[in-house]
Design a protein. Structure first.
Length: 86
C-alpha cells in the first residue's frame, strides 16, 4: 500500500467514524466537533486524490466553506450575537 493510499484510508476511516458518531449522538452540541472532523477528512481526501495544483485551492475553498457553515450552525444554536442596550 502506497503512502497516499494509506493516508486516504486513514481519512476515510476517521470520516466514517465521525459520521457514525453524528448519527448516534443525541446532543446537537456534541455533534458539531464531529461535523468539523468530517469536513477535515473530506478536505484531506480531496487534496490527496487529485494531484493538481488547483486541487489545493479546491480543498481550501471546501475547508473554509465548511468551517464557516459549522460556525454559523454553532452560533445559531448558541443564540447568536447578543445586542447590548445602552
Amino acid at each position: 500500500m502506497s503512502p497516499d493510499e494509506l493516508a486516504v484510508t486513514i481519512c476515510i476511516v476517521i470520516a466514517v467514524y465521525s459520521a457514525v458518531r453524528i448519527a448516534l449522538e443525541r446532543n446537537t452540541l456534541k455533534k458539531l466537533p464531529f461535523l468539523n472532523v468530517v469536513s477535515f477528512a473530506v478536505t484531506g481526501v480531496i487534496a490527496i486524490i487529485l494531484p493538481h495544483p488547483l486541487t489545493i485551492l479546491a480543498a481550501a475553498a471546501y475547508f473554509v466553506g465548511s468551517t464557516l457553515e459549522s460556525n454559523a450552525i454553532a452560533s445559531t444554536i448558541a443564540g447568536g450575537p447578543e445586542e447590548k442596550d445602552e
